[in-house]
Design a protein around this ligand. Structure first.
Ligand SMILES: Cc1cc2nc3c(=O)[nH]c(=O)nc-3n(C[C@H](O)[C@H](O)[C@H](O)COP(=O)(O)OP(=O)(O)OC[C@H]3O[C@@H](n4cnc5c(N)ncnc54)[C@H](O)[C@@H]3O)c2cc1C
Ligand SMILES: NC(=O)c1ccc[n+]([C@@H]2O[C@H](COP(=O)([O-])OP(=O)(O)OC[C@H]3O[C@@H](n4cnc5c(N)ncnc54)[C@H](O)[C@@H]3O)[C@@H](O)[C@H]2O)c1
Length: 478
């Protein structure tokens, strides 16, 4: 006997889950429940994208001011930076997200959801258990949590995860960041900007293994220029800490931490673990529908593979296709449209109902200093995918970049499919170049021939004139 029926039930109220629910019922009288066991708005709003970018922006503004003769800037005022961050996370009050859900005719349910069989979801609300039935679809959107590697003593030392680093209430004097991915690089950037003495412990021989190597090198140089000590080919062998104390999120979790490395030791006041993510599927009941625990594999309509009947979908980080907020929301829009079409008795066919951009056309901005913006395939990924490629790579030096700030240094690379003369990927590194990325995304997704791009004339004197230099170089290779 079920307690309630909805057309659509979404488990996980992050950005992907919210969008899937909204799109699945938009403009109809269909009903949706959105189940969240923590904060509606998810990791992105309170613990990840929003607070991290709020912490990084002051450093970028300060650097711009310092590079502009005639302008005097000072800072950062740490208390004000942290206060603005907290404004953006609403002090972890999710009532505005609840209001949004209700205004979109989605019923928010606080509790932990788990699959209990075909179209059945059990919710532990804290006061008891409710059994819900979905008439059309169940969507899994439970995201990920920080992965903590099995290093002796590490867990017992109560290290910071990204949640502590983004919600810091105090800047540790000496801090070590374990990892060399996006979270590690961004975290090291804001901690150094806020005055910490930062050491990065990076297992590999470079940062950011999935980006063009010139871009990773420039990010490495930028971190070192900020005073960050980056130790490559280094990982903790064991960790010990005196007086551990569970003081809460973003506070120092006890006395000094000793990190034992291969050849020496490092003592710091706090340790941040940024070694990747694990799927939040442990208590999701995947076994109830015959699935193993772990990331949930989906097709391009976001239907969970291996589960027949077109009723179970997964969007966002939990499906491991492209762990970025904008890509999770993109998948959610497709998924919601697919569910809506099926509910109307239509066959969802064609591009509107197919997630295609999260394979080889993913845009991402890494908010380090310099900023790194990339879309599509790197040269190496393109070659591995079987393309014959041409590349153009150059320093960005146009009137717009020189005018924008006295310290402008940037570099751009494009990857071109030799057979079709279309762009497969682009990478830009330099101050505020994230804002230049969407033009490249349109060219990659739109498969715009470079001969056509030649007629897309960048306005003078904008930074975007570097596109002209790229195309000139491609037309007249030296
Ligand atoms: C430090 C950091 C910075 C980042 N910065 C960026 C950035 O700048 N740009 C970007 O695009 N991406 C960024 N990301 C990645 C981004 O946060 C994720 O891609 C995004 O949050 C994924 O959205 P989601 O909805 O799939 O999952 P989540 O945001 O993780 O939401 C899942 C929700 O499901 C809930 N949940 C889990 N299990 C259950 C259950 N059984 N029942 C009920 N509720 C459940 C969770 O409480 C959570 O609220 C960053 C990540 C980190 C860690
Ligand atoms: N600006 C943005 O778009 C942004 C910002 C932050 C995070 N994100 C996304 O969030 C996701 C998670 O990012 P992340 O940086 O946590 O993960 P990641 O997978 O990008 O990087 C993890 C890093 O940890 C290292 N590592 C893994 N296990 C280790 C171990 N046992 N010891 C030492 N090092 C180890 C890896 O070599 C890698 O360098 C990514 O998909 C990322 O794109 C995006």
């Amino acid at each position: 006997m079920t307690d309630a029926e909805y057309d659509v039930i979404v488990i996980g109220g992050g950005p992907a889950g919210e969008n899937a629910a909204a799109y699945a019922i938009a403009g109809s009288d269909r009903t949706a429940a959105l189940i969240e066991h923590e904060l509606f708005g998810g990791e992105c709003s309170y613990w990840a994208c929003i607070p991290s970018k709020a912490l990084l922006r002051p450093g970028a503004v300060l650097a711009l001011g310092e590079a502009m003769p005639g302008v005097t800037v000072s800072g950062p005022q740490v208390a004000d930076v942290l206060a603005r961050r907290t404004d953006f996370t609403h002090g972890r009050d999710d009532s505005s997200q609840v209001d949004w859900a209700e205004s979109a005719h989605i019923e928010p349910i606080r509790g932990t959801g788990r699959l209990a069989g075909e179209r059945l979801v059990e919710v532990d609300t804290g006061d008891g258990t409710r059994l819900l039935r979905a008439r059309h679809a169940v969507v899994l959107a439970t995201g990920t949590t920080a992965a903590i590697p099995d290093v002796p003593g590490l867990r017992a030392a109560l290290p910071w995860t990204s949640r502590d680093a983004t919600n810091l209430t105090v800047v540790p004097n000496r801090v070590a960041v374990v990892g060399g991915g996006v979270v590690a690089c961004e975290t090291a950037t804001w901690l150094a900007e806020l005055g910490a003495e930062v050491t990065m412990l990076v297992r590999g021989d470079r940062l950011l293994p999935r980006v063009e190597s010139f871009a990773a090198d420039l990010v490495l140089g930028g971190l070192r220029d900020k005073g960050v000590t980056v130790r490559l080919r280094t990982e903790p062998r064991s960790v010990s800490r005196r007086d551990t104390a569970d003081t809460g999120v973003g506070r120092i979790h006890g006395g000094p931490v000793t990190v034992t490395l291969d050849d020496d030791e490092l003592e710091v006041d706090e340790l941040v673990v940024a070694t990747g993510r694990a799927p939040a599927t442990g208590s999701l009941g995947l076994d109830a529908v015959g699935l193993p625990d772990g990331y949930v594999d989906v097709d391009d309509q976001l239907r969970v593979r291996e589960v027949p009947g077109d009723w179970l979908y997964a969007v966002g980080d939990v499906n491991h296709r492209a762990a970025l907020t904008h890509m999770g929301k993109y998948q959610a829009r497709v998924c919601g449209d697919v569910i809506a079409a099926r509910a109307r008795g239509e066959r969802p066919e064609g591009p509107r109902y197919t997630a295609s951009a999260d394979h080889q056309q993913v845009p991402q901005v890494v908010y380090t200093a310099p900023e790194l913006a990339a879309v599509g395939l790197t040269e190496r990924q393109a070659r591995e995918a079987g393309y014959a490629v041409d590349t153009v790579e150059l320093d960005i030096a146009v009137a717009g970049s020189a005018l924008s700030r006295d310290d402008f240094e940037g570099r751009a690379k494009i990857v071109i499919d030799t057979a079709t003369e279309r762009l497969l990927g682009a990478t830009f590194v330099g101050p505020e170049l994230g804002e230049q990325l969407h033009a490249a995304t349109i060219a990659v997704v739109g498969r715009v021939p470079l001969e056509t791009l030649w007629h897309a004339v960048p306005a003078f004197p904008t930074v975007s004139e570097f596109w002209l230099r790229l195309l000139e170089t491609w037309r007249r290779p030296t």
